[in-house]
Design a protein around this ligand. Structure first.
Ligand code: DX5
Ligand code: ZN
Length: 217
């Protein structure tokens, strides 16, 4: 049976007590922590400036997953790699030479991923599948937490999974946006193995029960 990982998204955490929020999800069985970086250019929102991440990243003891929603990620990549993420993804259309950036990320012993925004076709990542360690399929339009899951993105996961089987590849499939215990089973069945979840976890009464339920399929 495949291993399902749950990465709580810190965007939905209470920033005023960020360290205790991190500890809480770690104790609740989170497999990693998802961190959204937004530049107010690629997406109309700003999040987690480098200085802010600097103030808490050393308190994270499980794998860190950085999701860059920024223009020209190649210009800022060193800043984010210094936080020793286990996973780092960016959106292919934001970068002039995705292959070069993927290689750079991998050279730092970090898993490299390409993110596919809700309106972007999954085929855009097909030329890179042999190179990358994971694909991040967005199930909302990138930019904000707490949005409604867009069901039609399930088709992308299925298509991606078919391609993966066809080519006998081993990349992981991460999904991000509006993920809840109502849609997690369908996502896992379609081929996802990493579930990012912000509001569902941080707004729940029991982080550990929610994480456990998200993993069921
Ligand atoms: C959206 C971000 C997500 C967001 C998910 O642009 O990439 O990671 O934090 O939050 P929820 O689970 O609340 O949709
Ligand atoms: Zn994200």
């Amino acid at each position: 049976m495949k291993e399902i990982k749950v990465f709580p998204s810190l965007l939905a955490a209470d920033f005023s007590v960020i360290e205790s929020e991190i500890k809480k999800v770690e104790n609740a069985g989170a497999d990693g922590i998802h961190l959204d970086v937004m530049d107010n250019k690629y997406v109309p929102n700003k999040s987690f400036p480098v200085e802010k991440i600097n103030s808490f990243y050393k308190k994270i003891f499980i794998p860190l997953d950085i999701h860059l929603m920024i223009e020209k990620p190649e210009e800022f990549i060193d800043k984010y790699l210094q936080f020793n993420p286990a996973y780092l993804s960016f959106h292919a259309e934001t970068c002039s030479n995705p292959k070069k950036l993927i290689e750079k990320i991998k050279s730092k012993n970090c898993k490299a991923g390409l993110a596919v925004n809700a309106k972007v076709s999954v085929e855009t990542v097909f030329p890179f599948l042999e190179l990358i360690d994971f694909v991040l399929i967005m199930t909302v339009e990138a930019g904000f937490g707490g949005q409604k899951f867009i069901k039609k993105n399930l088709e992308k996961i299925k298509k991606l999974n078919e391609k993966k089987n066809q080519k006998n590849l081993s990349f992981e499939t991460e999904v991000d946006g509006g993920i809840s215990t109502e849609n997690s089973k369908d996502l896992i069945k379609a081929g996802a193995n990493i579930l990012v979840s912000g509001s569902t976890i941080f707004k729940s009464d029991s982080f550990s029960e929610t994480i456990k339920s998200l993993k069921l399929f």
